[in-house]
Write a protein that binds this ligand. Structure first.
Ligand code: SF4
Ligand code: SF4
Length: 455
């Protein structure tokens, strides 16, 4: 009986290891393939001991007993992260001002010397003028790292050219009288349409003022202000995430990654614009929020909409695709049913992981605990040094997005791992080390299909 039990357990382990090797092979993860095959070989040897060397049965008995104890430890449930469950407000510890889009580096670099906007901004931030002047000169996504390989750079330019066209049609006024429908049904239809259009993760929230810009970079105007008076912005947001291809982002910091960034920004601008006009057709306002037109900061808005947590790398970490997403949204006054912020053990995992911080080529990601920035506890990614690296390589890098353990493909295997991390007390503590063992600590650029290959 003991022999049969040990045989079944060991056979199960061999099958699990072979399944992991096969999945890892499909994902081009050579180290994980080797570790899984070594694990399978170990269990084949153990099978030999179980079947042919009954005198040595204490070895497999001891091994599986140890495995059982570890398994039981993994069953200890994790305490919920009450701060994460409060969304962005959970981390506010001081006077947190609304964000100002004019402060974003990519927006600052677009300032033209001598214009009133230029003088106004650097009058308030003289400390940034010199460093911005240097980066402004270099600011470009021209694929320097790949010798400016034209086919991929043309892909980047082509997709990034779409959102600016959508900017002029971002605002959709109500076309008709409001349609009589419950918020539940509206929400169900809106989420279904957004997913049909290509969004992979969709959530709804009330628009928190902490996510709303005071000033826009394009018009330099105060937004939600008319004749000096604060106006109400639409109360609801439908937030959407499209998936960045795993293959593309694993080529970072090379040109395929930037091509996919542009592609997903273009998709986001299309989806959010269609959704804005759908709300308009339903008799309400719809405002498309995408890289060509932002009134709001999208990652914290997505946190409010229950789509994930913000990781150490500064990106949203979603439960199924990790950081491998690009965001867009629609603001509307059509009543919707909101989602609650979620806790996916992201903060605890990031506390024990730091993979993005160790592999960031510009050391822009902190290895410390969260610290206060503008009244909010956060991991503050240094946008200036990050964008300086982008300028150096001529792409948008994205190594920190790709290397994140949460960004693995949305397969049943990784789904099980994510579920365990989310529920187990032990998993967020030890899985970062297991990720290093299986996938390596260092960043490795993976091969791309021939049509994307710049070499
Ligand atoms: S995009 Fe690259 S340079 Fe910027 S923070 Fe991430 S890893 Fe660092
Ligand atoms: S790589 Fe690790 S530390 Fe960085 S965001 Fe992902 S889980 Fe957090």
């Amino acid at each position: 009986m003991i022999g049969l039990t040990l045989t079944i357990l060991d056979l199960g382990m061999i099958l699990v290891m072979l399944y992991m090797a096969d999945e890892s092979n499909k994902e081009n993860e050579r180290q994980a393939v080797i570790v899984s095959l070594l694990g399978a070989s170990f269990h084949v040897t153990l099978m030999y001991v179980i079947i042919y060397l009954p005198g040595l049965r204490l070895i497999p008995i001891g091994y599986f007993s140890l495995l059982g104890v570890v398994g039981l430890l993994f069953l200890i449930p994790r305490k919920p992260n009450l701060l994460a469950l409060k969304g962005v407000r959970g981390y506010v510890i001081g006077d947190a001002p609304r964000p100002d889009e004019r402060d974003s580096v990519t927006r600052r670099y677009k300032l033209v010397t001598g214009t009133p906007e230029y003088h106004e901004y650097y009058g308030r931030h003289s400390e940034r003028e010199e460093v911005d002047r240097i980066h402004r000169k270099l600011n470009r996504i021209d694929g320097t790292i790949d010798g400016g390989y034209r086919p991929n750079v043309a892909m980047i330019d082509a997709s990034f050219s779409i959102p600016p066209h959508m900017k002029g049609i971002a605002f959709a006024e109500p076309k008709k009288e409001p349609y009589d429908i419950t918020p539940e049904k509206t929400t169900m239809i809106a989420k279904g349409l957004a997913k049909h259009l290509g969004a992979k993760v969709v959530g709804v929230c009330k628009v928190d003022s902490l996510c709303v810009y005071t000033n826009q970079r394009t018009s330099w105007e105060k937004i939600w202000t008319v004749d000096g008076k604060e106006q109400d912005y639409p109360p609801y947001a439908l937030v959407m995430a499209t998936e960045m291809s795993h293959t593309h982002v694993h080529a970072g910091p090379h040109t395929p990654t930037a091509a996919e960034t542009g592609n997903q920004y273009a998709n986001g601008s299309y989806i959010s614009t269609v959704m804005a006009y759908w709300f308009s057709g339903m008799g309400y306002t719809g405002i498309a929020e995408h890289t060509g037109h932002y009134d709001v900061v999208l990652p914290p808005l997505a946190v409010q909409a229950g789509m994930g947590e913000i990781g150490r790398n500064g990106y949203l970490i979603t439960p199924t695709l990790g950081s491998r997403v690009r965001l867009s949204a629609v603001l509307t006054d059509m009543p919707l049913v909101v989602d609650d912020p979620i806790d996916i053990a992201g903060e605890e995992f990031c506390d024990n992981c730091m993979k993005c911080a160790y592999t960031c080529p510009s050391d822009s990601i902190p290895t410390s605990e969260k610290t206060e920035y503008n009244g909010t506890l956060k991991w503050k990614v240094e946008a200036e040094t990050c964008s300086a690296y982008w300028n150096q390589v001529g792409t948008d890098c994205a190594i920190c997005m790709a290397i994140c353990p949460y960004s693995k493909p949305d397969t049943p295997l990784h789904g099980v791992i994510r579920w365990i991390v989310n529920h187990s007390w032990l998993a967020p503590k030890v899985f970062p080390a297991m990720d290093d063992l299986l996938y390596g600590k260092d960043w490795k650029v993976k091969p791309v299909p021939e049509w994307l290959d710049w070499k």
